[in-house]
Design a protein around this ligand. Sequence first.
Ligand code: SF4
Length: 161
Amino acid sequence: MGTIADYTGCVILENIRKALHYFDSTEGPLTQDEKGQRLHKNINEFEPLILSFNQAGEYIRTAKSIAIGERVCRVLRPGTVFSESVFLDELAVEMVAYGHARVATIEEAEECMQKSAGHPLIISKVSGEYLEICPSYPPDCVYWRAERKGLHCLQRKDQAL
Ligand code: SF4
């Protein structure tokens, strides 16, 4: 499972980098591949959910702290579309403390999500809680890339068990 410390350090980025590299360097589905299975397990530990704008707003409005910062994986491919994620609660506090994000109001966070229309909103569990909402960039997103390799990990929040 990804932890808050993984986000404030470089562990999360390194894990995304390795996963994308593996996806790039392999052909076809990874459903029968041992390393693919390990990756699948690690990715599923984030229990990612696709959110509607209103569902994202519910998480934002009930958070104790909110921060906005560049989507975590963009640093790996800086030439790609710019988009910012919303971090919640303890992750927000720590991302600000480490200079990876800035404090935001509810309105700013909702505006940030609105600006990213066309990018599917995905919330991820960090340290066991849903704390990161990312307007995902499917060409380089580890979740969407995993799906394209047959490693199912995404479901819509309203369809989640
Ligand atoms: S685009 Fe995907 S991999 Fe990148 S930060 Fe967002 S959710 Fe994570």
